[in-house]
Design a protein around this ligand. Structure first.
Ligand SMILES: [Zn+2]
Ligand SMILES: [Zn+2]
Length: 229
């Protein structure tokens, strides 16, 4: 119920529901509240939910990353540093991010900070072209998905290196019309989600992406999750 109300934007109602629950809210309830706060960019409730979660599951990096994204969206860089310090103190590292795509019986792996893919040069060349095409159709890079206080050009560059973008681009290069199937171990960011919708429209390609949270089917500019994930 908290998840349903929160995702739909009824954060006050979700909050009241949690407060009046006959059982003590656990991490899944507070996690639902925090996720909803990220969607609707509500820092006030997010801070309360995060405080509970940092106690209930202190080693779950996803909660810290969600707070990082919320503070970064609001340009609250001191708070971003505070959360990073807290993660350091507790020895929490963000989960290593992986995306993979199978092409001709071979699994191609893309990871942050891992060994670069053998066709990386070709992939980035295609990705630059692709993004410039997407922009003609209205795609705007979501710079809020970068949690570092740097300039816009640098942020846009950082968005290009997201593993799911690289995997999808590789699928576009290596296959001609078949649907592209990508798996990612963590949640897809909103910029890659938007980009995938545009790619499905601009390149007339269906994309199936299973991320760490749910399943997405991008087709003709839309996603089966209706932008709730
Ligand atoms: Zn991304
Ligand atoms: Zn989706």
């Amino acid at each position: 119920m908290a998840d349903l109300l929160g995702r739909a934007g009824y954060l006050d109602e979700a909050w009241d529901f949690i407060q009046t629950m006959p059982i003590k809210p656990d991490a899944s309830v507070w996690g639902a509240m925090l996720g909803s706060c990220r969607i609707h960019r509500n820092i006030e409730f997010a801070e309360i939910a995060a405080k509970k979660l940092f106690k209930l599951e202190p080693y779950n990096s996803a909660n810290y990353v969600l707070m990082l994204s919320l503070y970064a969206m609001s340009n609250r860089w001191e708070d971003v540093d505070r959360i990073k310090d807290l993660m350091d103190t507790r020895g929490i590292k963000p989960r290593q991010v992986w995306s993979w795509i199978q092409i001709d019986q071979r699994v191609n792996l893309f990871s942050t900070g891992g060994i670069p893919h053998q066709d990386e040069g070709e992939i980035y060349y295609e990705l630059y072209q692709l993004v410039s095409d997407l922009k003609k159709f209205g795609y705007l890079p979501d710079l809020n998905c970068v949690y570092q206080n740097t300039d816009e050009v640098e942020k846009e560059k950082m968005l290009l290196s997201h593993t799911e973008k690289l995997a999808i681009t590789y699928g576009l290069i290596k296959t001609s019309s078949a649907p592209i199937r990508v798996i990612k171990n963590t949640r897809i960011c909103s910029d890659c989600h938007t980009a995938a919708k545009f790619i499905s429209l601009v390149r007339c390609r269906e994309i199936f992406l299973r991320d760490g949270v749910r399943f997405h089917h991008f087709k003709a500019g839309k996603c089966s999750c209706n932008d709730y994930w």
